[in-house]
Design a protein around this ligand. Structure first.
Ligand code: AMP
Length: 125
């Protein structure tokens, strides 16, 4: 079920639990601002999620409340992970679902990194 991106942060969401180390994930990168791990149900040969370390429900929440340093750190982490996985030369897709119409299911901001093959049209037709 897509979430309501305007609601308060829920500390029990699955990515909060991954951040706290309560459940495992295939981690590929971590720094002060971000954690990256493989999506549990990959939709492309490379499907990595990058999440901010602090509690933000969505891109909307992050872009309105995060500090400039957190935003810069997070954006740089996403770029770093893409480079580290060799995605730049062949190309890749970045996606953040927000709220109901976006189909966001986990209420902690995450950016999807897709790659490893031609990804087709941006939206299904
Ligand atoms: P979204 O629809 O943008 O909220 O995407 C949520 C994503 O989280 C989906 O692609 C799920 O496959 C992924 N996901 C859910 N639970 C886990 C988990 N425990 N570890 C890694 N990825 C997960």
């Amino acid at each position: 079920m897509p979430i309501d991106a305007t609601r308060a942060y829920d500390d029990s969401n699955i990515f909060a639990r991954i951040l706290r180390g309560e459940i495992s994930a295939k981690r590929v990168y971590e720094d002060e601002f971000a954690l990256a791990f493989h999506d549990i149900a990959p939709q492309a040969p490379v499907h990595i999620l990058v999440i901010p370390k602090r509690a933000y429900v969505s891109w909307d929440d992050f872009s309105s409340r995060a500090s400039d340093g957190e935003i810069a750190g997070f954006v740089r982490a996403v770029g770093h992970v893409a480079r580290e996985h060799g995605l730049v030369e062949p190309g890749y897709r970045l996606l953040a679902n927000v709220g109901g119409h976006g189909g966001q299911e986990v209420p902690h901001l995450h950016v999807h990194l897709f790659g490893g093959q031609p990804l087709g049209p941006m939206l299904s037709r």
